[in-house]
Every structure is written in C-alpha cells, then in structure tokens.
Design a protein around this ligand. Structure first.
Ligand SMILES: Nc1nc2c(ncn2[C@@H]2O[C@H](COP(=O)(O)OP(=O)(O)OP(=O)(O)O)[C@@H](O)[C@H]2O)c(=O)[nH]1
Length: 483
C-alpha cells in the first residue's frame, strides 16, 4: 500500500488511506498535525512581524516562548511524519510511538488554548477534531485516553484562576473577568450603538469608512477573532472532508457486501438464495392473467469435463454458460446459479409455449459454445432443461383450495408472502392478492426438476416440459399439490 498510494489520484487516495498499514496512517496523522502546527508558526511570525501594532494587545514577551514551543513540536511532528520516523521502523514499538504522538499533541493544544486566552472555538474544534482524526487513523484506545486527558487538562487550566493561580496568556486577560471582557468580540452594530469616544472615531455617524476599516483591522477584537477562526477553520473543514470520505467508504463497502451476499462469485449470476428470493417476489407481484414459468438447467456430463480437463476448465465452462444465458434472456428473466452445474431460470409472465421456445433457444445457444482447452483441443458442452409453467388458472385453483383448507384449519399453513415495496408499487391494482403456500417455489422447482430428470433419461441435450408429462399421463410425475 505504501508504494502504490503515490500512483493514486487524490479521490482514490483518500479512500485508500483507511486501508493503509498502521505505520503509514500514524505518519499521515503526524503530517496533518504538522500542517496545523505550521499554521500556528505562521501566526507567530505574522504577529512578531507587525509587533509595532500588535504589541499593544499581544504580550510579545510571551510570544517568544510560544514560538519556540511551536517550532519544537513542529520539528518533532516533521520527524514523526518523515521517512526516518520511528513508526516506520519495524523494530520500534509502533503503539508506544502512537501514544507519545497523541500525548504530545494533546499537551500542545492545551497549552496553545491556554496561552491564546481560552477560545471556545479553538478548544471545541481541537478537542473534537483531533479525537475524530486520531480515531480514524490510529489505534482508538490511545486517542480515547488522550482525549479524556485533554478535557481534564483544559478544565484544569480554565479553573486554575478561580483558585488564585494566574496563568499568563497573550491577551493579558484574567480568566475570571466576566465573559464579555474575556472575549471582547464586539460587533459593528454594537460599536455603532456604543456611546463612548472610541466608537465615535471608529464608526462616525454609525457608518464604516476606510479609516474605520483600517482601525478595526488593527483592533484587538479583529485580531483575536480572526486568530480563532484562522486556527479552527482549516482543521474543521479538513475533518468534515475526512468524515464525508469515511461515510462514502462505508456506503461503498455496504454495497459491496450486499453484492457479495447476493452474487455467485464464479459466474457473477445471482446466487441460489437471492435467486429464490427474487422468484418469491416475482410470484407475489404477479398479475391476474399471467402465467409463470420455471426452467431448471443442468449441464451434461460435467463431472467428465472436470475429470478430463481439470477444474479450471470446468469453471470456465460454468462462466461461459452463465454468459450465454444472460445474453439469450431478457432483463425480465431471473437467472441464478442454483447449484454446482445447475441454473434456475424464472420467466415471470411467460406462457408455456413461449417458455418452451426460450428453453430450446437456451439449449441451442449453450451447444453453440466452443470451449478452447489448448491449440489442439476444443469441445462443446450440452445441457438438459426441465420446465414447468404455473398457469394463472392453476394458481387460482391453488389459492381457493388453500383458502378452504385454511378455513377448516387443516392442510397447508398459509402466511401472507412478504412483498417488496417496489414490486407492490409496480404491480398496482391489477396485482393478484393470492396468498400462495410458502413452499410454492420449492414445489415449482421440484416439478421442473422431474422434467429435467426425464430429459437426462432421454439421452440429455433435451428440453422436457413437466406440463406435457402431466398431460400425457406420465406416471413419473404428479400434479403440483398432489400430496
Ligand atoms: N469445476 C467445477 N466443478 C463443479 C463446481 N460445482 C460442482 N462441480 C462439479 O460438478 C460435477 C457434477 O457432477 P454430476 O452431478 O455427477 O453431474 P454430471 O457429471 O453433469 O452428470 P449428469 O448431470 O448426469 O449429466 C461434480 O463433479 C462437481 O464436483 C464448480 O464450481 N466448478
């Protein structure tokens, strides 16, 4: 991962971040921290550079130790995010370094918040943002401890002045002074309403002019307000971006999990469970006058193919057949891999004769497929198909029998089948609200299976209809609900 990430675009990169190794993610977290600390360093540089103006309301003697601390932490973080970082050294204990990184960062942020004069904006974003980023990228247990430690430290430094301990800060304010004095964030409107002489200079007649803008630009209010926004905003935006990325990844992985749960890995067809589920839904949403056909298709002599050419070639046959089925059928058909070399094809709204034509086309299209083993060896594969069509008459008959039996509390147990919302909406008023027995799908497949068995007995590579077997009075088959 560490190598390939450099070849990814930034979108894939942000997704791939969560799959990186722990060491890479720790180094990335350190890199994020470097960016934040560097922005603090730039702020120190800016205030120092304009010390002629800002020395009026920034304690410049305190700025120097802050600047030294920021530089030291910056160097430490640069080292942690670099190629020479101990987190990348297999021999060093990664988790210990993660704990050190998080602890130093937490102490640093607490210090910065204290020295800036307790800004709730910076405190909130740093606390929540730092914890979130940390939990996304490294071992959660260290981040939790550091998070709790940071809350305790911030609470402590906020409460110290109430016990008579004065902590120096750049704004030279005492934390126990009333909140309006601590923050002194005065809006333009409030200024306009102020009656004192300063306000009159800043906003003559309550209106801003270029002189007053210049005055405000250099005022303590504006400096501290912009400082807090400057220190919080980039981190807040970045965290929102990371959170969004995380949600997109979760969404994608949910889709992927669903796909794996419903799909056969080899043939990419629906798997047996999902095929049966869709068959049930199709039966529920069937309209009054519709017939419903089921085909069971089994490859002939498949064991021999495996034995002669190996399992890989056997697998390739399965994939080729699956593709042939998909190409030959319309989107309405439900095709699934029912078993090893068995496929279930459900044709909702298809009458018996049409289903026979489709089954015959499927047989021919499979027989047309040539499997190439090597330059000198090719072979063709055939399939046998069994078909059963549930006519709408038979369906109504089953329903009425079922209703009678359920009234006498004997026979089949009925339960209203679950209808998916989309299917029920689509079917509208014409949907037959038949309550079919729960085992109807298995019984239909069983009828198709009997026809398939007959096709095998007749020499394979054939389509046999269970309906026709019944009509001909074949003793090998009984009607759908004869027992
Ligand atoms: N290559 C491969 N073989 C599989 C897979 N699933 C099942 N099989 C094989 O399919 C073969 C099925 O053999 P049988 O049930 O005897 O059927 P058959 O040889 O096709 O004989 P008939 O159905 O009577 O024509 C078995 O050898 C299984 O091992 C698979 O995913 N890949």
């Amino acid at each position: 991962m560490a190598v390939s990430k450099f070849y990814l675009g930034y979108k894939q990169l942000s997704k791939a971040v969560f799959e990186w190794e722990a060491a890479d993610r720790t180094a990335l977290l350190a890199a994020f921290m470097v960016i934040e600390v560097f922005s603090h360093w730039l702020w120190c540089l800016f205030v120092w550079y304009r010390r002629d103006i800002y020395s009026n309301y920034v304690d410049i003697t305190l700025l120097y130790p802050l600047w030294i601390l920021v530089s030291m932490v910056g160097v430490f973080l640069l080292w942690m995010s670099s190629r020479f970082s101990p987190v990348r050294n297999a021999k060093s204990n990664l988790y210990t370094w993660q704990a050190i990184l998080i602890t130093i960062y937490s102490a640093y942020i607490t210090f910065v918040i204290t020295i800036l004069g307790h800004s709730s904006l910076v405190t909130g974003v740093s606390l929540v943002g730092g914890a979130m980023l940390g939990m996304m990228l490294i071992s959660r247990r260290y981040v939790w401890r550091a998070f709790v430690g940071q809350i305790i430290a911030i609470l402590a430094v906020t409460l110290f002045p109430y016990f008579g301990i004065t902590l120096p800060n750049l704004r030279q304010m005492i934390a126990t002074t009333l909140p309006p004095n601590i923050h002194s964030y005065v809006t333009y409107n409030e200024m306009a309403m102020m009656k004192d002489a300063t306000a009159a200079t800043v906003l003559p007649n309550g209106r801003l002019n270029w002189d007053s803008v210049n005055y405000l630009r250099q005022s303590s209010n504006l400096l501290w307000r912009s400082t807090h926004i400057y220190m919080s905003l980039p981190k807040a935006i970045f965290i929102i971006y990371m959170f969004r990325t995380l949600l997109v990844i979760l969404d994608d992985s949910r889709k992927e999990t669903l796909q794996h749960a419903n799909q056969d890995e080899l043939t990419q067809l629906k798997n047996r469970r999902y095929g049966l589920m869709q068959m049930k839904q199709a039966l529920v949403s069937i309209e009054r006058a519709q017939d419903f056909s089921v085909i069971l298709l089994d490859l002939d002599w498949f064991k021999d193919i495996n034995d002669s050419y190996g399992h890989d070639i056997g697998d390739r046959v399965l994939v080729t057949v699956a593709q042939a089925l998909l190409q030959s059928l319309t989107d309405d058909a439900i095709v699934s891999r029912y078993g090893g070399e068995e496929f279930l094809i459900v044709l909702p709204d298809t009458k018996h004769d049409s289903a026979m034509v489709i089954a015959e086309q499927l047989r021919l299209s499979i027989a047309d497929q040539t499997i190439v083993v090597d330059d000198n060896t090719t072979f063709n594969v055939t399939a046998s198909l069994g078909l059963y069509t549930l006519t709408h008459d038979e369906r109504h008959c089953i329903k009425h029998t079922c209703e009678k039996l359920s009234q006498t509390e004997s026979g089949y147990q009925f339960k209203k089948p679950q209808v998916s919302k989309s299917n029920s909406e689509r079917a509208d008023k014409k949907v037959d609200t038949v309550e079919l027995p729960q085992d109807i799908c298995q019984r239909l497949i069983c009828m198709a299976d009997k026809a398939l068995y007959n096709a095998k007995g007749l020499g394979r590579d054939k389509v046999v209809s269970a309906n026709e077997m019944l009509k001909a009075g074949d003793t090998k088959i009984e009607s759908l609900y004869s027992n």
